[in-house]
Design a binder for this molecule. Structure first.
Ligand code: GTP
Ligand code: MG
Length: 404
């Protein structure tokens, strides 16, 4: 890839990151690191868009996992974990899920409702949490720090080994409430403060997360509402601002909609690609691949080059098409198609390209007659024929006369 193309591609990635709610500064920083990696490489020309994307994924991984360690509760000694976050970020729901997750691991869990501001906060947690979990709260006490301290004492006397403290939604917009929640932390001295982070928060993320880090000894981030349409780029700001790892994600309102954080899955979502797991290859994707390939700039360019090289030869257009489809996972084509149709993950296009490539190879080796009699290729052949019709105009444009 030429240098100008590299920077165009890097711009595109920066745009993608910002569209996924990664802050402008962070997206620029990531782009700069990637460009530096590319420049430091022996030859920039060796880089394909796919490699640039991998480089950016590597930078995001570095951001997410800088050897950050976090407190993990142990059954031998009672641990206290406090949850803080903006109003409505999902703290109470997350506390109930976190409780369930650890109860399933054999902990005896208690939840202390130190949210004395939220209407019905105590009944909300009672409704959400599993009946086996000890719940403490007070309907009359307004001093949330006192409720928290009393709750911890009661939970420990109930032989609980993990005490979770739910707090009122706060943030830098309300200094008094922020300080009241800080008082809870001061008086209970938790082993871990978890920042509960709604993944759909936009560009204000960094300042908000930094404000929490200033007030609390935040040690971990739990990102909620990852089942929604937001790509969750603001979680990166939360990680950078708090210098804390993401430990879990929330993916719904039910107790089991809670997963250990997986960096690679997160990056795939952020960049709109699917890097994990075997790609599916439905025929529809193959069709899209064939048709999008024919429309892609790389294909047109390649076809034009091939046309130039073969002008005087007797090469059948099929051979050239086959070469293109056999190179179906040619990153340039896959990326082009992915850009043209963001709903198609690159891995799917590559897989579809691979299928088309298999067909091309079979056509090459066994000939059209044998392949057309093989039921395994029936559907792909239909698509192939349709794609062939679509590309007829290109072939004509480049001087081919043979019919497909
Ligand atoms: N879709 C989805 N909704 C969630 C998730 N987590 C929480 N919610 C919903 O978000 C809303 C707020 O959740 P709460 O747990 O009450 O949030 P909170 O931070 O305790 O709110 P306050 O105590 O008022 O500050 C509720 O409607 C939850 O059902 C999630 O992972 N996915
Ligand atoms: Mg709450």
């Amino acid at each position: 890839m030429a240098e100008s193309e590299i920077s165009t591609w890097a711009e595109e990635i920066e745009r993608k990151l910002m569209a996924a709610d990664v802050s402008r500064n962070l997206a620029e920083e990531l782009k700069r690191s990637v460009l530096k990696t590319v420049e430091d490489g022996t030859s920039a020309r060796k880089y394909s868009p796919k490699m640039i994307e991998k480089a950016i994924a590597g930078e995001v991984i570095k951001l997410l996992d800088r050897g950050l360690t976090h407190f993990k509760p142990e059954k031998s000694t009672p641990s206290i974990v406090m949850f803080v976050g903006l109003p409505g970020s999902g703290k109470t729901t997350t506390v109930a899920k976190y409780a369930q997750f650890h109860q399933d691991e054999g902990f005896k869990v208690a939840i202390v409702c130190a949210d004395t501001v939220g209407i019905d906060a105590l009944s909300q947690i009672k409704n959400l949490a599993n009946p086996g979990i000890f719940i403490y709260g007070s309907a009359n006490e307004y001093d949330s720090a006192k409720v928290a301290v009393d709750g911890i004492t009661k939970s420990i006397s109930h032989k609980c080994d993990l005490v979770l403290i739910d707090t009122s939604g706060c943030g830098k917009q309300d200094a008094a409430l922020f300080d009241a929640v800080r008082k809870v932390a001061k008086e209970t001295n938790p082993d871990l403060v978890v920042l509960v982070w709604d993944c759909s928060i936009g560009q204000a993320a960094y300042e908000q997360a930094a404000a929490f880090k200033e007030k609390f000894n935040v040690g971990a981030v739990i990102v909620t509402k990852m089942d929604g349409s937001a790509k969750g780029g603001s979680a990166l700001s939360a990680v950078v601002a708090t210098q804390s790892p993401v430990t879990f994600i929330g993916t719904g309102t039910q107790l089991d909609a809670f997963k250990v954080f997986n960096g690679e899955e997160y990056i795939s979502r952020l960049l709109g690609t699917r890097m994990m797991g075997a790609p599916k290859c439905p025929e529809a994707a193959a069709a899209r691949f064939l048709i999008c390939t024919l429309m892609s700039e790389s294909f047109k360019k390649g076809l034009s080059e091939a046309a130039g090289a073969n002008k005087k030869s007797t090469s059948h257009p099929h051979d050239i098409l086959m070469k293109f489809f056999a190179d179906g996972w040619n990153y340039g084509v896959a990326q082009d198609v992915s850009l043209a149709d963001a709903s198609v993950p690159v891995s799917e296009i590559e897989a579809a390209g691979y299928q088309a490539g298999l067909l091309a190879e079979a056509l090459n080796n066994d000939g059209v007659d044998a392949v057309s009699k093989n039921p395994a290729y029936e559907n792909l052949l239909v698509l192939w024929a349709k794609a062939g019709l679509c590309c007829g105009c290109y072939l004509k444009k480049f001087g081919f006369t043979g019919s497909l």
